[in-house]
Design a protein around this ligand. Structure first.
Ligand SMILES: [Zn+2]
Length: 433
């Protein structure tokens, strides 16, 4: 079929088929995962028998099943109902018509349409978030978010979205009008600048809106970590402890920022639970991500993807089949942009396994780096503790894991750490040099 001849009706059909196929595939994977976890509930895998008691293993299975249930229902409700209602059902067109009636034909109308569509989509997701936080996480003893904090987070998130989104959207609307047929290319450049600026300001200005960061106290842990950073030839602007315990008892650590703006952040819940040697091994893993350039590489992939998507948007914007399929009589940029943002993920979904595969490969690379600069045994025991305390399942369905998991299953990862032949490490070091 020639694209030029594509009608609104055929576009609607293609979209509907993709949405239904994705829903069927995701539901099937969810059922596989639940069946697999349930059937392995009574037996701790041999590799973990020493560290994970049967009780904790059963708790991890129940927690995984509960989370899976919410996610599946959310997918069916949001992608099956809300997405259809907003796009093919004419929801976006209705919001746009309302915005026009109130605000006339200027940029304000397009802004209101974009934020209005976001508001509707978010409003339907909130009950599922609340269910996850106050029912599932609470039932399994992880939740520390109060209803008040939950609401404050939502309001702060919305205010931040409006504050950051408004100038960006106004810039795009202006480019559409003023920059000619290549507006999408200029938009891409603006998008890159915006993203890089966000990465720069996030640790210092945005993250502190949601959490408190205190410098890591002097002592054995700090000494070990400074020695590790020095050994790896890194410079970090600061070592911080974040009050992750305000929201949940799950533990984590991360590395953020760029250039001279780098920060290392530990959740207080991680520091409470692991020994100094284990934390050092976890940090060595995080430094591995950095040493291997995973963050700039991820950004580059995102920029290339954004260029392809914006080129597509540049074309679809003028394509009657697209905006008519959304029940719009003319291509109003706010409505087209909102429609595009909702439609595109459905077509990108089939690439999920590829993204997960690359992420898992990077986890192995970071582990390889970690054991060269810290102790493999400490990383193994840290991972085992984190899996146990976070109630992460040790027995995921292999296909579900292949599609979704950004981290390799615990058994594979620990196997890799334990049986790492030294020759291979040598060879990899040569390659990096
Ligand atoms: Zn990692």
């Amino acid at each position: 079929m020639c694209w030029k001849e594509m009608s609104a009706a055929s576009f609607r059909w293609i979209f509907a088929v993709f949405v239904v196929a994705a829903l069927a595939w995701r539901t099937w994977l969810a059922l596989r995962q639940s069946r697999h976890v349930r059937s392995h509930r009574e037996q701790v895998p041999d590799d973990f028998a020493a560290v994970v008691p049967l009780d904790a293993h059963r708790r991890a299975a129940d927690y995984t099943l509960d989370k899976q249930k919410v996610t599946t229902l959310e997918t069916l409700a949001i992608d099956g109902v809300v997405l259809f209602a907003l796009t093919l059902g004419g929801g976006i067109a209705a919001i746009d018509a309302l915005a026009q009636r109130w605000l006339g034909d200027g940029y304000a109308r397009d802004l209101a349409t974009v934020f209005g569509v976001m508001l509707v989509a978010t409003a339907f997701a909130i009950p599922f978030d609340a269910w996850r936080t106050f029912v599932v996480e609470a039932r399994h003893g992880f939740n520390r978010t109060t209803p008040r904090l939950f609401v404050t987070d939502l309001l702060k998130g919305a205010a931040l979205t409006v504050a950051l989104g408004t100038p960006l959207l106004l810039g795009v609307f202006w480019l559409v009008q003023a920059a000619g047929p290549l507006w999408w290319l200029y938009t891409w450049v603006a998008w890159i600048v915006f993203t890089l600026a966000l990465v720069m300001v996030f640790p210092r200005w945005i993250a502190p809106l949601f959490n408190r960061f205190t410098p890591l106290a002097e002592g054995e842990l700090r000494r070990r970590i400074e020695a590790l950073i020095e050994r790896c030839g890194f410079h970090a602007e600061g070592l911080f402890v974040m009050d992750g315990s305000r929201r949940s008892s799950h533990g984590n650590a991360y590395f953020t920022g760029f250039g001279t703006n780098k920060r290392i952040v530990f959740f207080d819940t991680l520091i409470e639970r692991l020994t100094a040697a284990e934390i050092e091994a976890v940090l060595a893993h995080e430094l591995g991500h950095f040493a291997r350039g995973h963050i700039p590489r991820l950004l580059t992939v995102r920029f290339i993807l954004a260029l392809a998507l914006l080129a597509l948007l540049g074309w679809l914007y003028r394509e009657p089949a697209f905006y008519q399929a959304l029940h719009l009589s003319a291509p109003h940029i706010g409505a087209v942009l909102a429609g595009f943002a909702l439609v595109v993920p459905v077509f990108i979904f089939p690439f999920q396994p590829l993204a997960s595969l690359i992420a898992r490969k990077q986890e192995f690379e970071a582990d390889d780096f970690a054991v060269r600069h810290a102790s493999a045994a400490d990383l193994v025991s840290a991972l085992a503790k984190l899996y146990r305390d976070n109630a992460s399942t040790l027995t995921p369905d292999p296909l579900h894991s292949l599609v979704y998991d950004s981290h390799p299953p615990a058994a594979l990862r620990i196997d890799h750490l334990k049986n790492r032949p030294h020759e291979r490490a040598g060879a990899q070091e040569m390659q990096t040099l």
